[in-house]
Design a protein around this ligand. Structure first.
Ligand SMILES: *[C@@H]1O[C@H](CO)[C@@H](O)[C@H](O)[C@H]1NC(C)=O
Ligand SMILES: *[C@@H]1O[C@H](CO)[C@@H](O)[C@H](O)[C@H]1NC(C)=O
Ligand SMILES: *[C@@H]1O[C@H](CO)[C@@H](O)[C@H](O)[C@H]1NC(C)=O
Ligand SMILES: *[C@@H]1O[C@H](CO)[C@@H](O)[C@H](O)[C@H]1NC(C)=O
Length: 516
């Protein structure tokens, strides 16, 4: 019943958007003048759709009642998001458990506690792969429309796309075409899969296929047939009327179709002996963290599948630039690649990426361009980790007047900071098994920002696995709340994964060095 209500609201939302477009209200983007005097326009249709989406999603959340329901016809959204609570909630909805809700400041907000919520939101958004490089807490507090909508769209999209992935939904294999293997399908982005899905239902309905979610879809008949296919199965055709004409906004159309897919995929997992289901291993935590890190830096194209999307090294080369290794783009073959010799072009890029790594003194023994091009997991991860590590250390060095940073420097700083604050924990290395309790991280956070940790929430003594995870969740969210852009996950602390542990302490050190 909840789903039907939801679907109904969505359909209504879109109808209203359309009615407005037909002239009840002027539409097509309004503009605001920023303080710098530059014009940023934003889409009223997007504001309208996102507001309705949030109103429905958080309808029953007791922590959001001070701003909900927002009026989609006004700029209420931009004020309502200014305290960070709704943003934190939406992030937690898109990727469950990203934010430990105990860390959200909810009552009697001050300038400082609002800032903390916004830090928590921005750093958590980054950790789930949103590109937030040009947005600050102040922009959100002031409710700059184009920035707020841009961030919201990323958060909503990540949630909508979460299950449009073969390893999470094997029925997607029903979209295989003649002569294709599961591997071919696995390479598709969520957008491409959705387009296939839409076309699968269109073809079944004997209708013309669509090529994209923008201009093609404004031909509402195509849409209507998708809806019919699904609605008929569920006996809920009443939600969409033939007079609905969907405007060509690609974001909203994508969201609309993604949501339909999530509610009613109407696909059956094929019973095909030839399909090698063993290929469908889900992404590891480490792979996901690397991917989110890259995407948060704004690499283009977005990385959906770590190995496949790195096979032409274009993203790797962009990452070199992020760590200040100059890339000669004249030496790089850029897509679209020619039909003939595509792989050779990609391989050349990969060879260049390995050469750059060697000149950067990365440890690349036994790694060749061919391995990246093949998508060899172990070897690709080895390079990607060195890029992320270098990135993390660069951030530290920039803060410390260029002084070289390494593991030892960080461990010493951690021990010293803990000791100076009178804390009892210390760490011997990033492999120290004691780290599994997260106590060292929590005490370090409290040393950096005294009084920030509520030790009543921290479990001590003989810790069960649940207790450890509980502490780790609190620690990761608190680190983000005090301003550290941490990508690691709570499980990385519990399992003491040295690489991710290193990034946690390095980010906290960076935050600690910013103390006045
Ligand atoms: C958000 O995180 C908390 C953990 O603090 C979890 O209990 C809750 O279910 C999450 N909310 C959503 C909507 O995922
Ligand atoms: C969408 O597809 C149509 C053809 O069906 C094409 O004319 C149009 O340029 C495409 N739009 C985009 C944004 O790719
Ligand atoms: C990846 O490379 C390593 C080291 O050369 C090799 O042992 C491994 O078999 C390769 N993996 C695949 C899937 O080819
Ligand atoms: C940090 O403290 C531990 C425990 O006292 C000690 O073993 C280690 O040598 C110290 N490490 C550094 C780099 O200071």
């Amino acid at each position: 019943e909840g789903i039907f209500h939801f679907q109904h609201t969505l359909a209504k939302t879109f109808r209203k958007v359309i009615n407005r477009k037909e002239g009840i209200l002027a539409i097509g983007g309004t503009s605001e003048l920023s303080s710098e005097g530059t014009q940023h326009s934003y889409s009223e249709e997007e504001r309208y759709a996102f507001v309705n989406w949030i109103n429905t999603a958080l309808e029953k959340d007791p922590d959001c009642q001070h701003v909900l329901a927002m009026d989609p016809n006004t700029d209420a959204l931009f004020t309502a998001l200014g305290d960070g609570i709704v943003l934190c909630k939406m992030i937690n909805l898109s990727v469950p458990d990203t934010i430990d809700e105990r860390t959200i400041n909810k009552k009697k907000l001050t300038h400082f506690t609002t800032q903390e919520n916004l830090n928590l939101a921005l750093n958590s958004a980054s950790a789930i792969g949103c590109h937030v490089v040009n947005i600050g807490a102040l922009d959100l507090k002031e409710g700059k429309p184009h920035l707020v909508l841009g961030l919201l769209w990323q958060i909503i999209k990540i949630g909508l796309f979460a299950d449009i992935e073969l390893s999470r939904n094997e029925a997607l294999a029903a979209l295989l075409r003649d002569g294709e293997t599961l591997e071919d399908l696995m390479k598709l982005s969520p957008e491409e899969l959705l387009l296939r899905w839409a076309n699968y239902h269109l073809e079944n309905a004997g209708w013309k296929k669509i090529n994209n979610f923008s201009s093609d879809i404004s031909d509402s008949r195509a849409y209507f047939h998708i809806l019919n296919q699904i609605a008929d199965r569920l006996g809920c055709r009443q939600f969409v009327t033939p007079t609905d004409v969907i405007s060509g906004n690609p974001k909203l159309n994508l969201a609309f179709v993604a949501n339909l897919f999530n509610k009613y995929p109407a696909l059956t997992k094929p019973d095909n002996q030839d399909i090698d289901w063993g290929l469908l291993e889900g992404e590891t935590r480490e792979e996901r963290t690397f991917r989110n890190w890259m995407n948060s830096l704004g690499v283009n194209p977005t990385v959906n599948h770590l190995y496949v999307d790195l096979q032409d090294a274009i993203v790797i080369l962009q990452l070199y630039e992020k760590i200040k290794v100059p890339v000669d783009w004249n030496k790089v073959n850029k897509p679209p690649y020619p039909k003939l010799g595509t792989n050779m072009k990609k391989l050349e890029n990969c060879n260049y990426a390995v050469d750059l790594g060697k000149s950067t003194k990365f440890s690349l023994v036994g790694i060749g361009g061919q391995d990246l091009n093949d998508g060899n997991a172990t070897l690709t991860l080895a390079l990607v980790w060195q890029l992320m590590r270098r990135y993390t250390l660069n951030v530290l060095e920039d803060l410390g007047d260029g002084e070289k940073a390494n593991d030892d420097v960080i461990v010493k700083w951690v021990n010293k900071t803990l000791a100076e604050a009178g804390k009892s924990t210390k760490i011997s290395s990033f492999k120290d098994k004691e780290i599994c309790s997260s106590l060292a991280v929590l005490e370090l956070i409290d040393a950096i920002q005294p009084g920030s940790i509520n030790f009543e929430l921290v479990k001590t003594g003989g810790l069960s696995e649940d207790d450890k995870l509980n502490n780790a969740k609190y620690a990761i969210s608190m680190a983000r709340k005090i301003g550290a852009r941490v990508y690691a996950l709570p499980e990385d602390l519990v399992e003491v994964k040295p690489k991710m542990v290193m990034t946690v302490f390095a980010c906290l050190m960076g935050r600690g060095m910013k103390r006045v």
